[in-house]
Design a protein around this ligand. Sequence first.
Ligand code: HEC
Length: 148
Amino acid sequence: MKYFALTGALFIGLILAPLAVAQQELYRPPLGDIMGKIQLRHIKLWFAGKLGNWELATYEVDEIKASLETAADLYRGIPAELVTNTADPIHAIMAAIEAKDGAAFAKGYGDLTIACNACHQGIGRSFIVIQTPTASPFTDQSFSPPKR
Ligand code: HEC
């Protein structure tokens, strides 16, 4: 009886240990994938702000902030100042949205884009160059404020 309990425990351990490892892997998305999402939000943020859909702009900038925090959390090798560089532009964008100030929004957006590229350069990825988008690839989403 004791023997069975012991092998049972061992068996469960053998099954669970690799599962736990696999789970940890599951919860660490590749940095390139996190960045891909940030890129989508960076594009959407631009058109939301440009068209004055301030609620959507708030949503997108919050998502960018959260994704950058996740990236810094999961990838501790990234130098801290390259992450904190993005904080001031993000706050400036949030203040511009709050004030519904299009010019301040565009300025903050430009500064955020500079911070994106500063990290890419600082981390040996200077070939990844982000710019202000010229057209939305999201033809299924309207960025204008909803008609109420
Ligand atoms: C703190 C550092 C850091 C910041 C800030 C940062 N990135 Fe990145 N980004 C990276 C790294 C590192 C990679 C390369 C990931 C890899 O090699 O797996 C990358 C890759 C990318 C890629 C390439 C993904 C692809 O599939 O083409 C895009 C696009 C991107 N970043 C967009 C952005 C945007 C937009 C911002 C700003 C809103 C930003 N990044 C800010 C570190 C950063």
